[in-house]
Each structure stands twice: as C-alpha cells, then as structure tokens.
Design a protein around this ligand. Structure first.
Ligand code: R5P
Length: 301
C-alpha cells in the first residue's frame, strides 16, 4: 500500500498545509489549472495506487469552480487506483438551500452532495453544516465535525461580563444552545424573517429569552453578506446590550460584508479558517480548525 496523502484543491491550501504538518500526512503532488475556455484541469502526479487519500476543498468562492475541481480530483484519484478517497469539505457551499421554500425551487444541497459523491469518493468529512440533515444527503459515510468547541475555547480567553448566547434565527437554536452550554451562559433567540423574493436580505421580528446580559455572543454557521448579523446587532443594541461578540464557523464575507461589519457596533468577530479569507479588519480574528481536522484524519488511517 502506498503512503496516505492529502491533495489540496485551490480553495484553502493553507489549511491543508497546516493539517498535513499536524497529522504528518504528506501533501500529494497535484497540478491544477484552467483551459482557455474556463474548463478546469487537474493532474495527480503521485502514485496513489491502493492508498488512502484525502481531498481538501471548501466549496467557497468561486463556489462552482471549487465544486467541479473537487469532483475532478476525486475522479482522477479513483482512476489512479486510490483505495479510499475521503473528501474533506470544511465549508459545504449551497448548504443554505437544503429544502424547498416554495414550489419550483431546487434542493441545491442534495444536488451538490450527489454530484460530489458520484465522482467516486468513499467518505466525507464536513463541519457545521447549515442544517444537520444534510449529512443524510450523502450516500457515503460522513464524519460530522463541529467548531463550536474551538470557538468556545477561544472565547474563554475574553473578558465576558454576564454573557448571553444569541441565536440569530430560529433555525440556529440548537447550535446556540450547544454553544451556551459550552460557555455556561443563558440563551436568547432572534426571530428573523426572509422574503422569498429578495435574496440575502432579512428583518428582525422579535427577541425571546433572557436578554438582560451585558455581553451578547451571537453564534451563527455562516457570515456571508453580514446582513443577518448586522440586523441582529441593531436589535440587540435597542435592548441596551453593552458588548457584542460574533462567532461563526464559516467567514465568507461576500461583497461589502467586511466594510459593513466594520461600521456596525460589533466589538469582535471570531470565525474559523474553514474558508480562506482575505478579510482585513481589526474586528475579525480567525481561529484555526487545523488541530480538529488533523486529529480526525489521524483516526481515519
Ligand atoms: C441563515 O439561515 C444562516 O444561518 C446565516 O445566518 C446566513 O446565511 C448568513 O448570511 P448573511 O451574512 O448573508 O446574512
């Protein structure tokens, strides 16, 4: 059997490198490129015959390219005789479309899970999916990790006076409750409303639960445009919350999110490195999930 290898797609090579160093699983040699017409090309240069291989790819921006690249790497590894192919997908794009909100819509998360699985992968490792049910969309075994503990450990180093953990929407209550348990803090829930015909926009309807704390800790899975967080912060400020900390596993920061978050009265934002970020802001701190993933891969060998 050949040695196990990590093959990194182009979405987050830094995370793959750190996981390789920590797990002692070597990075494989892979050439990634594009044809003049935009088609993606990959070439696995190592002998992977009969070996355990891991593909690293977050389905972040450019999301469609990264999904296709992942599928092509998987196909190349399968055709090269790899024994077991595990796709490590720290951020699973299209996860927010895991159900139909109205007739005529696709269930995009299922389509992407099928697409990736069809390319020949045997197992998936993923992290804090938008909805836990997405695990069942894959017809192969899934190792489902959470960064909540990593984020909670980092928060324990902060000065938190009377903290209250806040779910920014009803769909995030389970996540927020788990986070509140880790931080030994009470829970509050914001009810938000999204208009089906306007993408990326939301409004806050109400806040339920104890909200008398001095520090609000909003926990979400994804920060994309920042709209959910910014509207939540406005609602919390009306309740005289003094300090606002935001935690999210996946810091996408689409469009002018960073600028808008900078201008909002948030004290600090913690995200993980599930997505490679070029976000430059003193408010944003990245906490690494490389140990979490390295431990997981080591157990898979
Ligand atoms: C939605 O239900 C998710 O949990 C996030 O709250 C949402 O996707 C964040 O997106 P944005 O930053 O664009 O509001």
């Amino acid at each position: 059997m050949n040695l196990p290898r990590i093959f990194s797609g182009s979405s987050n090579p830094q995370l793959a490198k750190e996981v390789s160093q920590k797990s002692k699983i070597k990075l494989g040699s892979l050439e990634l490129g594009k044809f003049a017409d935009g088609e993606i090309d990959v070439w696995v240069k190592d002998d992977v015959n009969n070996s355990n291989v891991f593909i690293f790819q977050s389905n972040s921006y450019p999301v469609n390219d990264n999904i296709i690249e992942l599928s092509l790497i998987a196909d190349a590894l399968r055709r090269s005789g790899a024994h077991k192919i595990t796709a490590v997908i720290p951020y699973f794009g299209y996860s927010r479309k895991e159900k139909q909100n109205r007739t005529g819509e696709p269930i995009s998360a299922k389509v992407i899970a099928d697409l990736i699985t069809a390319s020949g992968i045997n197992k998936v490792v993923c992290l804090d999916l938008h909805a836990d049910a997405i695990v069942g969309f894959f017809d192969v075994p899934v190792i489902y990790l959470s960064a909540l503990n990593v984020l909670a450990q980092r928060l324990k180093g902060e000065k938190l006076i009377n903290p209250v953990v806040v779910a920014p929407d009803v769909g995030g209550v389970k996540r927020a409750r788990n986070f509140a348990t880790l931080l030994n803090a009470p829970l509050a829930v914001i009810e938000k409303h999204r208009q089906t015909h306007v993408r990326d926009e939301m409004e806050v309807l109400s806040i339920t639960g104890q909200m008398s704390g001095d520090t609000a800790i909003i926990i979400d899975d994804i920060i994309s445009t920042g709209g959910t967080i910014i509207e939540s912060v406005k609602a919390l400020k009306k309740r005289n919350v003094k300090k606002i900390i935001v935690c999210a596993t996946h810091g996408i920061f689409a469009g002018s999110a960073v600028k808008n978050l900078e201008h909002s009265p948030i004290d600090k934002i913690f995200v993980t490195d599930s997505v490679k970020s070029s976000a430059k802001s003193k408010k944003i701190e990245t906490v690494t999930i490389s140990n979490l993933i390295a431990d997981c891969l080591t157990q898979e060998l």
